[in-house]
Design a binder for this molecule. Structure first.
Ligand SMILES: *[C@@H]1O[C@H](CO)[C@@H](O)[C@H](O)[C@H]1NC(C)=O
Ligand SMILES: *[C@@H]1O[C@H](CO)[C@@H](O)[C@H](O)[C@H]1NC(C)=O
Ligand SMILES: *[C@@H]1O[C@H](CO)[C@@H](O)[C@H](O)[C@H]1NC(C)=O
Ligand SMILES: *[C@@H]1O[C@H](CO)[C@@H](O)[C@H](O)[C@H]1NC(C)=O
Ligand SMILES: *[C@@H]1O[C@H](CO)[C@@H](O)[C@H](O)[C@H]1NC(C)=O
Length: 662
């Protein structure tokens, strides 16, 4: 009986603890009380002055700080009104580049075990993002534009429901990452199903919200939830601080959380030196312990630093990051020539094996370091966010003086040109494989052109840049690089980057690459795959020099199957072959406007739409021009740099008109 009573009493006190804990007010988090009520994990710490730090300048860390007792959010099944105000400061490592951001969070747990750093802000991870069973509500203060989640810019406030893609977001009216203290108010009116966010640099609550969103949170939140903050850093880091917090949960809409008076808040911590405290501690101990420490501490620190640099396999999933030069040197056995896979568009490529046994390909690009470091990092982050099953994934990078190292997924079957042109012991590609490769490249290129937030022009589509994974799926490599490469060069002299035979004729005139110049190069690739020949063949008979003209000529006289690669041994699907040849010719059209878009190309290849009956002659062939003139006359041929790559065609660097710089 006594036991039952005790249990009842315990339950009652627990219950009252949950229901009656309705107002929180922290002007700083100093003193045992506040600290005792906050549950911290990850990189979160309470600094000496009383400021709560969620993250610091360390890369790829997350920090959580939640009120340690759950709060009752529902009356029956309806979420009641709630209101909060908090003062924060975001101090980025590099003044103009934020390191992700933080979010006011209401969550079923206070340690968010599925949270990843970087763009996930410690809230969710790739496996549960968007899942309704997350029951997660967050107001994000985001300082990085993540295209993956449709971010509007790199300085916005968004409402996230179970997801990292915001249900509603607005550009912030203040610079969130200015390093200055900003107060934010979040109010939910249950009767109106209205959520409002306000921002100010003062202690006065503004009349008008910057964001107002009509939403019933009842399906999102559960009865009992934790409230607090979550934050993370990525490749770039920021220190995220919360200086004060007030929260109020109520059932009548009049009661708002108390506004914070900024002058009562603790100061921002000065950047403290990392291991000083540990050393001071060591010094204050007795001599023998000191001796022990002086051996143990550095040992511990070295180990810790080492561990911090070891890249976990999951990190590779999250986004590109910076590798240590030493690590890549070791992985590639000091860039040993035996590990060299070949020359790609911009430099030599080496095979490597990380300590985690992950196989990688390391591209070593010599880079002129005129380009600003921050700009360069942003660019790499952008390239790294491009994700598609037909693209070679960029895993990370490293910069060591004039060397720029880019780390990619390793592709065990090498590049397409080797399979097409090298008479080694390799098995010849079957028609089925070739058709699958062609469709894969088309799908990857469509993603770059149309399916991503920004249009990415590849600029160097060719067989040497099509890599084959373990299942012989095509993966496009070197995307995004041309732009990066160009950044460092003088804008008044545009360089046309590309490969002879794949260069659209208009490129040599305007120097301005476009999606249709990529389509032109893709056309050349299609013909190459069918014919098993390079677009420009030095050894061929003069009339066969340019592949596209030869194919067109055969097409015209009705003998198109003569162009097929003899290595196919006559085994192929004639309908598919004709589609690929016709499409190759269509994409090779001299007039850019007459070439199909990649979306149309994909439809043609999938057989969703039939190809037009009449194909215009490529490169003004019908106008009776001779060989050579087809690519815009011979004038520029003399300008071909003899910067010859791996025999997969001639690489061309031309001085252009500078149109692109406009
Ligand atoms: C924090 O916890 C203490 C008990 O440890 C309690 O007395 C106090 O009211 C709490 N403070 C807040 C602001 O919740
Ligand atoms: C930053 O936070 C990490 C943990 O997240 C910690 O290991 C490191 O010591 C902190 N650095 C500083 C300078 O406080
Ligand atoms: C729950 O809501 C009802 C109205 O729907 C209200 O009468 C009641 O007081 C609320 N209960 C609590 C505990 O606030
Ligand atoms: C959502 O999460 C639940 C629980 O973790 C899991 O069982 C379910 O499969 C997930 N749903 C999806 C679509 O991933
Ligand atoms: C919020 O957005 C997600 C997709 O990002 C969507 O599934 C969900 O229905 C949206 N929720 C509301 C309440 O609009």
């Amino acid at each position: 009986m006594a036991k039952t009573l005790l249990l009842l009493f315990a339950l009652l006190t627990l219950f009252s603890r949950i229901t009656h804990q309705q107002e929180l007010f922290f002007e700083g988090f100093n003193g045992g009380e506040a600290a005792a009520n906050m549950s911290l994990n990850g990189g979160a710490v309470i600094h000496q002055g009383g400021t709560l730090g969620l993250t610091n300048d360390t890369k790829r860390v997350l920090g959580h700080a939640f009120y340690s007792t759950p709060i009752q959010f529902k009356n029956k099944s309806k979420v009641v009104s709630f209101s909060t105000a908090f003062a924060f400061a975001i101090v980025p490592q590099y003044p103009t580049l934020g390191g992700h951001g933080f979010a006011f969070t209401i969550s079923p747990s206070k340690d968010l075990p599925n949270g990843y750093p970087s763009q996930y802000m410690g809230l969710l991870g790739p496996k549960n993002v968007g899942n309704f069973s997350n029951h997660l509500f967050a107001v994000e203060f985001d300082t990085v534009q993540d295209f993956e989640f449709g971010d509007i810019n790199d300085n916005h406030v968004g409402i996230n429901l179970n997801n990292m893609a915001s249900n509603k977001s607005v550009k912030a009216t203040l610079n969130l990452k200015s390093g200055k203290v900003i107060q934010a108010w979040v109010d939910y009116h249950s009767s109106k199903n209205q959520l409002e966010v306000r921002l100010s640099q003062t202690s006065t609550k503004p009349n008008s919200p910057i964001l107002s969103y009509e939403v019933d949170l009842s399906p999102i939140l559960q009865h009992s939830m934790y409230v607090g903050f979550s934050s993370s850093t990525g490749l770039l880091a920021s220190s995220h601080y919360i200086l004060g917090w007030s929260f109020n949960i109520n059932n009548n809409n009049g009661d708002y959380a108390k506004t914070l008076s900024l002058k009562n808040l603790p100061p921002l911590p000065s950047r403290d030196k990392p291991h000083r405290r540990a050393l001071i501690l060591g010094l204050s101990l007795s001599a023998s312990i000191f001796l022990l420490c002086s051996i143990a501490v550095p040992f511990y620190l070295i180990r810790k630093l080492r561990n911090a640099e070891v890249i976990e396999p999951w990190e590779l999933e999250v986004g590109p990051h910076r590798f240590r030069y030493k690590e890549l040197k070791k992985a590639t056995r000091n860039f040993h020539h035996k590990n060299m896979l070949g020359f790609g568009g911009f430099g030599a490529v080496f095979k490597g094996t990380l300590e985690s046994n992950t196989e990688i390909a390391v591209k070593r690009v010599s880079h002129d370091s005129k380009q600003g470091f921050q700009e360069f990092v942003s660019e790499i982050e952008t390239i790294g966010r491009l994700r598609h099953r037909n693209l070679v994934q960029l895993l990370g990078w490293c910069r060591n003086r004039a060397d720029l190292l880019l780390v990619y997924d390793f592709m065990p079957n090498g590049s397409l040109d080797k399979h097409l042109f090298e008479d080694s012991a390799r098995k010849t590609l079957t028609w089925e494989q070739r058709f699958k490769i062609v469709k894969g490249v088309a799908s990857g290129l469509l993603y770059l052109h149309e399916e991503w937030e920004q249009t990415v022009i590849h600029r160097d589509i060719k067989a040497g840049n099509v890599l084959l994974d373990g299942d012989m799926n095509a993966r496009l490599g070197d995307f995004g690089l041309a732009k990066l490469y160009d950044r460092g060069s003088n804008p008044s002299t545009t360089r046309v980057v590309g490969t002879l035979g794949y260069l659209a004729p208009e490129l040599t005139k305007t120097g301005r690459p476009s999606t249709s110049s990529d389509v032109y190069a893709f056309g050349a690739l299609l013909l190459e795959v069918v014919c098993g020949r390079r677009p420009v063949e030095a050894k061929a008979m003069p009339e066969e020099l340019l592949l596209v003209e030869w194919v067109w000529e055969r097409w015209r006289v009705g003998a198109v199957l003569e162009v097929l690669d003899s290595k196919l041994g006559g085994i192929y699907d004639v309908v598919e072959v004709v589609v690929v040849i016709k499409l190759g010719l269509l994409c090779s059209c001299e007039v850019p406007e007459m070439r199909p878009s990649m979306r149309q190309v994909v439809r043609f290849l999938e057989g969703e739409v039939p190809l037009p009956e009449v194909i215009p002659p490529p490169d003004g062939f019908g106008a009776g021009k001779g060989v050579g003139t087809a690519y815009g006359g011979n004038t520029w041929l003399s300008a071909v740099d003899d910067d010859v790559e791996d025999g997969s065609g001639l690489s061309v660097l031309l001085s252009g008109t500078g149109d692109e710089g406009r």
